[in-house]
Design a protein around this ligand. Structure first.
Ligand code: ARG
Length: 457
């Protein structure tokens, strides 16, 4: 009474709306390649183990390859009544090759099949995401190198703090994206384990060779517990957590680019091709790309929360709830890839306004700490030096002056330890280049860091 692959025990057809409600084909069809690849490996193993006839294996492999070609040519009719990608492909195979096709699912369940498919899929995507991270890191390095001696204000609390090299700021993001890459690689390592062979939950009665399947599919290991194999979505959650952190980094960078492109800052010009205009205000050039990336960070966090909440309190092993893993996962992959790609291109084309940055760096008493450090070098304890410089800043504020504009007499009124060499000690270059210890903003240090990153150390 039903055309389902699982229809044996049913006497009534599935309600039409239930069919639509429970189907995942609309979104899991993107797993077709992985599903076919997994099935081919499974079939070959079944044949090698004498579980199904070798002649059937050949028919299965051939049939699946034809289906693959059909899907890729856009000639495959996906059917909602066949629920998901696994049954769409299996049903088509049996329709094509008969008996042999019906043997493919021996010793396997959709539960371990889907666990395999997602891992295969995410594994490839992780490699791509890593490559996009490399592209972005390259863009940052090229901006750093192009603008090696550009000085900008460094901020804390978004208040001018100390002058830094613009290149140093770019390298800060390089460090973040390198950690993001590391997180993706960690995730890949833990994910790269074959779940197929877990069956529905308990394993299988057939003498399968999981290690052989692992070899065919390039997995260094097989999972050690069948229940866990079909229950586990940690790998997706781990990827989505790493993605959330990555997007958090991109959102901070976005925010800075948005700020830096305002007419108040004018530190950078984003290329016209990454901005849009206003339908009413003719002068406008809006930084849509960083704004959207900042916004999309929200959906990536949301996706993580969605899947964490789906998985929360689920009893072992598979539950249909878990079908809800795919949309947030796929959306995260697409969003992260898109954001990285567009950022890499946008950063590469960004113009840096060195003069504006330099002017801003000279304001806000950015070298006050250098005066304090100067006094410390002349023997004053740091806390006392801090107090002295604080007073000189207050004095400047009341006179509308800047620290480099103070006369020798004025300086000596604050401390007799101050000599004429103070003027050289508080130039922007002196301030930046004095910060020479590992991790500092000095030009020589930044150059060395660029080289270190480029040589992959
Ligand atoms: N479409 C299902 C999913 O994505 C495949 C696994 C179905 N397993 C089951 N026992 N209904 O989760």
């Amino acid at each position: 009474c039903t055309d389902k692959l699982w229809g044996g025990r049913f006497s009534q057809p599935t309600d039409k709306f239930v069919e639509e409600f429970t189907a995942s084909i609309d979104f899991d069809k993107r797993l077709y390649h992985q599903d076919i690849r997994g099935s081919i490996a499974h079939a070959r193993m079944l044949g090698k183990q004498g579980i199904i006839p070798l002649a059937d294996v050949e028919k299965i492999v051939h049939g699946l390859q034809e289906i693959l070609d059909q899907i890729e040519a856009g000639k495959f009719d996906f059917s909602v009544s066949l629920e998901d990608i696994h049954m769409n492909i299996e049903a088509r195979l049996s329709a094509k090759i008969g008996e042999a096709g019906k043997r493919l699912h021996t010793g396997r369940s959709r539960n371990d099949q889907v666990a395999l498919d997602i891992r295969l899929y995410l594994r490839d995507e992780l490699v791509e995401i890593s490559a996009y991270l490399d592209l972005l890191i390259d863009s940052l390095l090229s901006q750093a190198e192009k603008n090696l001696d550009v000085i900008m204000p460094g901020y804390t609390h978004l208040q001018t703090a100390q002058p830094i090299l613009f290149a140093h700021h770019m390298l800060a993001y390089v460090e973040m994206f390198k950690r993001d890459k590391g997180r993706m690689e960690d995730c890949l390592r833990r994910m790269n384990v074959l779940p197929l062979g877990a069956g529905a939950l308990a394993g299988t009665t057939f003498p399968i060779d999981r290690e052989h399947v692992a070899e065919l599919l390039d997995f260094p290991e097989v999972t050690r517990n069948s229940l866990d194999s079909v229950s586990d979505r940690d790998f997706a959650l781990e990827f989505m957590s790493a993605s959330s952190i990555l997007m958090m980094h991109l959102s901070r960078f976005s925010e800075e680019l948005i700020l830096w492109s305002t007419s108040e800052f004018k530190f950078v010009d984003l290329s016209d091709s990454f901005c849009t205009g206003s339908s009413i205000m003719p002068q406008k050039k809006n930084p849509d790309v960083p704004e959207l990336v900042r916004g999309k960070t929200g959906r990536v966090y949301g996706n993580l929360m969605a899947l964490l909440t789906v998985m929360k309190s689920l009893p072992l092993a598979y539950n249909k709830d878990m079908q809800e893993d795919k949309e947030p996962l796929f959306d995260t992959i697409d969003t992260v890839k898109g954001s990285l790609k567009i950022f890499a291109d946008m950063i590469r084309e960004m113009k840096v306004n060195a003069a504006t940055m330099r002017q801003a760096a000279a304001k806000g008493f950015s070298t006050a700490t250098d005066v304090a450090d100067y006094l410390v070098r002349k023997g004053m304890p740091f806390r006392d030096a801090h107090e002295v410089v604080g007073k000189s800043v207050a004095y400047c504020l009341s006179r509308g002056k800047d620290l480099p504009e103070l006369t020798m007499e004025e300086w000596q009124g604050f401390s007799d330890k101050i000599d004429a060499d103070i003027y050289d000690a508080i130039t922007l270059e002196a301030s930046v280049n004095a910060r020479r210890a590992t991790g500092g903003t000095a030009l020589e240090r930044v150059k060395a860091e660029i080289e270190r990153v480029k040589s992959g150390r």
